[in-house]
Design a protein around this ligand. Structure first.
Ligand code: FAD
Length: 285
């Protein structure tokens, strides 16, 4: 199985993110999406993790399925939330045992009271645990606008720089303008951190849901982007079309700027990602 560190050393990566299905309908949707996206030959695909026993089973099931039934390279997400240290060690050992080479180590967000337990506080501690469990390819999250729990952007960048010194690469939260990515990269370079930072791409297919997700992650969608999306009225097809235009332009700018990787938040759908691939002429022959 490929390590993302090796893939990044060899060139630019293109990757897709999925979340584990909660029921049979969602499972059918994910299977269809994976089948639709596989011909795009992604460098790797990643599977999110929420925290707690059920999430552990669901994420592991998807990752094992990808290893057994596809030629795709998976990356398992893991958060510090809802598990004591020994259990996180067990989960990491379990991932290694089924052949997972790539880990995205995350702090995670608080869960409902009964599961909000945390023994490891920060993603950086999970990176260290991952290393001790044998992971040679570990990514972390980066927040171009800063993390909402950070007191200010400077301290957020300092923490990210320290985290990236331990990890191999970062993947950003979604954003919509090249300047947001460039500012992050410059701030890291000023701290002598030059590890690859992959750009997280979320095509706007519904303004309401993107604004909601942005709010949850403490990110303000730039006003001019909102205006551009809504300038054609509130017809859902027009909003979707304008959202895809924004994503295509962003990807194109990022590729020109030399981004080491594009990571698509698919939300378990394939259509928007395939459309962007086609318009950027990224579809393999
Ligand atoms: P951390 O790096 O731990 O940072 C959290 C906060 O603590 C920041 O404010 C940081 O500046 C601060 N901090 C860090 N280290 C220290 C320190 N030593 N001392 C003091 N402060 C410190 N969530 C999920 O639940 N499941 C997923 O699968 C998932 N996947 C994601 C994938 C990507 C690419 C991204 C960008 C995010 C993802 N998230 C996921 C969301 C993520 O868990 C949240 O954003 C979470 O709130 C923070 O995670 P983090 O890894 O950035 O945390």
């Amino acid at each position: 199985m490929d390590r993302i560190t090796d893939l990044l050393a060899a060139g630019r990566t293109f990757s897709f993110e999925f979340f584990p299905p909660k029921n049979d309908d969602e499972q059918r949707l994910l299977s269809r999406t994976i089948a639709d996206l596989q011909p795009l030959n992604p460098s790797f695909v990643s599977v999110t993790y929420r925290g707690g026993r059920i999430s552990r089973e669901r994420t592991t099931r998807v990752v094992v399925d990808l290893i057994k039934n596809t030629a795709l390279t998976p990356m398992a997400h893991l958060t510090c939330v809802a598990h004591p240290r020994f259990e996180l060690g067990e989960i990491l050992g379990g991932f290694r045992a089924v052949g997972v080479e790539n880990l995205l180590a995350l702090g995670g967000d608080p869960l409902p009271a009964e599961e909000s337990y945390k023994e490891l506080e920060y993603a950086s501690e999970l990176v260290e645990l991952g290393r001790r469990t044998g992971f040679g390819s570990i990514g972390v999250a980066a927040h171009p606008a800063g993390h909402p729990r950070s007191p200010d952007l400077v301290s957020d960048r300092d923490r990210l720089a320290s985290k990236l010194e331990l990890a191999d690469f970062a993947i950003t939260q979604f954003f919509f303008k090249l300047e947001e990515y460039e500012r992050l990269r410059e701030d890291l370079a000023a701290r002598r951190v030059t590890k690859p930072v992959l750009a997280g791409i979320m095509p706007i297919t519904s303004l309401t849901s993107v604004l909601h997700m942005a709010q949850l992650s403490g990110y303000a969608v730039p006003d001019d982007i909102v205006k551009r999306i809504t300038a054609g009225g509130d017809d859902p097809q027009e909003i979707r079309k304008r959202g895809i235009d924004v994503a295509v332009e962003l990807c194109s700018d990022l590729l020109t700027a030399g981004v080491p990787g594009l990571h698509f938040y698919t939300l378990n759908f394939s259509k928007a990602t395939r459309e962007i691939y086609t318009r950027l002429r990224l579809v393999p022959d």
